[in-house]
Design a protein around this ligand. Structure first.
Ligand code: 4AD
Ligand code: MG
Length: 451
């Protein structure tokens, strides 16, 4: 059995024989032997291998190894005299599985720009930065699931193909089975890729109490920004017997829990980002865990922004949605910490948000974080049948198509709330990556879906 390098580097015993498998990062020759840096993706660090000329394939193969070659190495683990590493492997046998022509292999030793790496999305996970992002993303997935399991939530797999447009923003990708024009739609009605699992999560919350869904969502919005993808993952809890303040509590606890988890479990990868991607990242993450978030209403936010209105490209006034520049000003310049904004005008929010007693705001909440802006969007839901029907009609929605959703209010309705946490925005926040295209393995954006 071979061993993963992350466990090898932590081994205390020496002079034992082990086998490792991976890809060569560099080869350096000195006199009668070569130093090979081997990486297998299990951690950021490479294992240093010493391969000397007594190996039978030294001249023909080992001395020709270059970046990207795949190898199996059997050897003896030894304490390393060199600085910066505790152990090294003295090779007894080096088997080359696959060569990588140094003339054409795109990942050479120099640092490549993230933009260039995006153009080779099939090779970029072999770099330090993208490998580290992938490990942090995986750890965040584990942390999200642990959080909800510990809190007694039940995971529900909501559909990817749906006939309901949750956000009502008309940004759905249409789904069609290839067939003749004029044929009946495959699903009997026009269907699309889901923009959110919320409405279906509400169904299950009204049977199982506390549920969450964590899956891919799709938006055909033509925004080529550093925070938007056409395919992204969302974490959406939905809770019965819960109001806006309980919703805010859950979102805050979730964010603090998952960030604490990566601080505890991804120290080596975070140190890389802290040095090369966002200076001060670790301090920022530690502060998120340690400090309370600020909570203001939309109305107070608009007043605050109104004082510096001329610094913005887009106008700020009550009744207009906050733009990214406004969100970032609040969280980066004014409060310098995460900001929870609540009680938005009903006119700029979807039909399902609960109408407040003032008749003009809804029990909505967004959470804004430095460097990103909106990371969470959620609300208490409208549980009153008559108010919901009125809101749907005002939004021009055909209530017949959402009869199943209205049934939830006809039969045993309860106050309930939930939110959506954009998973890639969370990974961006945790890694300091300024472009969202770096934090999903295969980004999909307008005009871009190479493999
Ligand atoms: O604010 P949004 O649109 O909310 C909903 O979809 C609700 N139905 C969620 C709920 O209450 N269950 O999206 C939620 C979050 C945003 O705050 C943002 O983090 C992320 O999803 N998001 C995107 N992330 C990447 N690319 C996009 N195009 C995104 N659109 C939204
Ligand atoms: Mg939103």
């Amino acid at each position: 059995m071979h061993r993963r390098i992350n466990t090898v580097l932590r081994m205390k015993e020496s002079d034992i024989e082990i086998t490792v498998k991976g890809w060569i990062r560099t080869r350096r020759d000195t006199g009668s032997f070569s130093f090979l840096e081997l990486n297998d993706g299990s951690c950021l660090a490479n294992l240093q291998v010493i391969a000397d000329e007594t190996l039978e394939n030294y001249r023909d193969e080992v001395s020709r190894l270059s970046a990207g070659c795949s190898v199996v190495i059997r050897g003896v683990l030894q304490k390393s005299p060199a600085k910066g590493q505790d152990v090294e492997l003295l090779a007894r046998d080096v088997e080359v599985l696959g060569w990588a022509d140094p003339e054409s292999y795109p990942l050479q030793k120099k640092r490549h720009s993230l933009e260039f790496l995006r153009s080779i999305s099939h090779l970029r996970p072999r770099t330090n930065a993208l490998g580290a992002v992938t490990r942090v993303r995986s750890r965040l997935t584990v942390a999200v699931n642990s959080f909800f399991q510990e809190q007694g939530f039940i995971q529900v797999h909501t559909p990817i193909i749906t006939t309901s447009d949750c956000e009502g923003a008309g940004e759905m990708f249409q789904v069609s089975a290839t067939g003749e024009k004029g044929e009946k739609p495959f699903f009997g009605a026009p269907a699309g890729l889901t923009v959110s699992g919320q409405l279906q999560a509400e169904v299950y919350a009204q049977a199982l109490g506390q549920v969450y869904t964590f899956g891919p969502t799709f938006r055909a919005e033509n925004s080529n920004t550093s925070r938007h993808l056409a395919e992204f993952w969302m974490i959406e809890p939905e809770m019965s017997f819960c109001d806006l303040s309980c919703n805010i509590r859950l979102a805050t606890d979730l964010l603090q829990y998952v960030i604490r988890d990566v601080l505890d479990n991804c120290a080596e990868d975070l140190a890389l980002f802290n040095s090369f991607i966002e200076k001060g990242l670790i301090k920022k993450l530690q502060d998120i865990v340690a400090k309370d978030f600020v909570h203001i209403t939309y109305t107070a936010a608009v007043e605050e922004l109104g004082r510096v209105a001329d610094t913005f490209e887009y106008p700020v006034r009550w009744g207009v949605d906050l733009q990214s520049e406004h969100e970032r000003y609040l969280t980066e310049k004014v409060y310098k910490c995460p900001v929870i904004v609540t009680d938005y005008p009903a006119s700029i929010k979807p039909f399902y948000m609960r109408l407040s007693d003032d008749g003009r705001t809804v029990a909505a909440m967004d959470i804004l974080v430095p460097g990103i802006g909106e990371i969470v969007g959620g609300s208490q839901r409208e549980e009153r049948l008559d108010v919901l029907v009125k809101r749907m009609r005002e939004a021009g929605i055909d209530t017949k198509e959402y009869d199943w959703y209205l049934d939830l209010r006809r039969y045993g309705t309860v106050p309930h709330a939930g939110f959506g946490l954009g998973f890639e925005r969370l990974v961006q926040f945790a890694t300091g990556m300024s472009n969202i295209r770096e934090v999903i393995p295969f980004p999909r954006t307008p005009g871009f879906a190479p493999c």
